[in-house]
Design a protein around this ligand. Structure first.
Ligand code: ADP
Ligand code: NG1
Ligand code: MG
Length: 463
């Protein structure tokens, strides 16, 4: 069938024919009307800074989520199925009843999808909503992005759902807007992400990595050094970001760091919800911000009581102004370490972009990736012992640079190697890391692979 032809048939691509067959089995022998495909991503540098307002530098990967879709007359009902039906249950949901409260209750797969459906509906205006009120959907989903591994399977799923819904409603949207609504609606699942994943998933261009900046969202495409390759390797430790408060604790620590420094500087601290806003308000360079961290934030953890005293607010006010529902019970906040990571990482990301623009060497770029990782491990404390072993092996294997990618606490590393040394490098890591572990039935080639910058989201209408 043509879809397979259009999207290629390499081992990295998803089984679209099987998806179509599954669609027909589940949905009364109907054929899909259209398909939407959204890729995962790997972030080369700029980790845990997007939600602070700083630029990031990701590229899309081949692995993706694919949704097969058809509009129905079944008034406002979404019927949702997954090719992997052992793992992901079928769901039938009235569209008008999707609420933020219900989505935030459980990070189950269908709730990620329904976040996207809700996001799409929030984007369209009253009269458009009226025009589509009799439309329901059949959706069948599959994907091959390793899950909960920092390659952004969640955002590919949410974005694909938003896009499939808008396509079905016949609503036009530009790519930057689609990225913004997808970032916003993924927050219904409970994670306070910054928008990198959805922005690259939608705006990636084959052959390019991208510098993504925020407020306003902007994307600039970059070629990567020609004599290098990027390898992605899984640590085999997984972490669902919405199932614990670790991710949101980091978001909140950065917010509190910004607000405490703002208060010390005599600014309106309630407005300073992200560190980049504080930097803009104070008109300082990255280095000057780093000095402010050393001057105004102590290294020991802050209790909630101490933060309240500094900001002169009650605990209830702090909950409302600065915390998320799942961080209100956190007892200790590490403001110095988190803010220091963010300002230094923002500076490294700028430098990485400059080097890419000005023929920087692979060693220079690799050093920045290594420094990023050390900071994520030591200041941001979001690594994992298994991932640290993998990093150590990658360094011994001759990497120019390597770091965890995505949120961390497990997941994947991204490694920069020389093009000619890539095969030997992969073999070395297979022997030293994967040969010594159980890989849960996964082929090693799925666990470590070279990746080229892929194209962003696309759709295909069946004839
Ligand atoms: P990631 O780093 O991959 O974005 P998250 O913890 O943010 O990890 O999200 C992972 C969740 O996304 C999974 O637990 C699952 O609910 C959902 N997901 C990812 N891929 C798929 C898929 N192919 N089918 C269904 N759900 C998926
Ligand atoms: P992953 O690990 O892919 O869920 C998360 C955030 C990003 C970014 C990175 C860390 C979401 C949807 N994604 O990615 O925005 O903050 O961590 O750089 O919250
Ligand atoms: Mg995610």
């Amino acid at each position: 069938m043509e879809v397979d032809y259009i999207w290629g048939t390499s081992s990295n691509n998803v089984p679209v024919q099987k998806l179509e067959q599954h669609f027909r089995e589940k949905f009364q022998s109907c054929q899909p009307e259209y398909y939407v495909k959204v890729p995962g991503r790997v972030n080369l540098i700029g980790e845990h800074v997007d939600y602070c307002g700083y630029s990031v530098f990701p590229m899309a990967i081949d692995q993706c989520i694919v949704v097969a879709a058809k509009r129905t007359n079944d008034r406002q009902t979404v019927r949702l199925t997954n090719l992997n039906s052992d793992r992901y249950e079928n769901v039938s949901q009235n569209i008008a009843d999707i609420s933020a409260d219900s989505l935030g209750k459980s990070p189950c797969w269908s709730n990620y999808f329904l976040c996207g459906v809700k996001g799409a509906r929030e984007y369209i205006n009253e009269s458009q909503l009226k025009a589509v009120e009799n439309i329901g959907f059949f959706f069948a989903v599959t994907g091959n992005i390793p899950e909960s591994s920092g390659l952004s399977s969640s955002s590919a799923l949410v974005t694909a759902a938003a896009m499939a819904t808008l396509v079905g409603y016949g609503v036009q949207i530009d790519r930057l807007q689609l990225a913004e609504i997808s970032a916003k609606c993924e927050r219904y699942i409970g994670t306070a992400g910054g928008g990198m994943d959805q922005a690259i998933a939608v705006n990636a261009k084959q052959g390019y990595a991208a510098r993504i900046s925020f407020h306003p969202l902007a994307v600039k495409q970059y070629r990567l050094p020609s004599n290098t390759k990027f390898i992605v390797a899984q640590s085999l430790a997984v972490k669902n970001k919405a199932a614990s408060n670790d991710f949101n604790t980091r978001v909140v620590e950065c917010r509190l760091a910004s607000q405490v420094i703002a208060k010390r500087l005599g600014f309106d601290w309630k407005q300073m919800t992200v560190l980049a806003a504080l930097q803009k308000r104070s008109g300082s360079s990255h280095d000057q911000m780093i000095e402010l961290v050393h001057r105004h934030l102590h290294v020991d953890g802050y209790t909630k009581k101490e933060v309240c005293e500094i900001l002169s607010v009650s605990e209830d006010e702090l909950n409302k102004l600065s915390l998320t529902p799942n961080t209100m019970n956190v007892t200790e906040f590490f403001l110095h370490q988190r803010a220091l990571h963010v300002f230094e990482e923002a500076k490294r990301t700028e430098r990485f972009c400059e080097l890419c623009e000005n023929s920087g060497t692979a060693s220079e770029l690799g050093r920045l990736m290594n420094d990023s990782h050390s900071s994520l491990r030591d200041l941001y404390q979001c690594s994992h012992p298994d991932l640290e072993q993998l990093i150590e092996i990658c360094k011994r294997g001759g990497a120019y640079g390597c770091k965890l990618t995505g949120a961390g606490w497990g997941g994947c590393v991204v490694v920069m190697v020389s093009s000619e040394g890539a095969d030997d490098f992969v073999k070395f890591v297979k022997d030293e890391f994967y040969a010594k572990r159980t890989t849960c039935g996964k082929s090693v080639d799925q666990l470590i692979f070279a990746t080229n910058p892929s194209e962003g989201a696309c759709m295909y209408a069946t004839p």
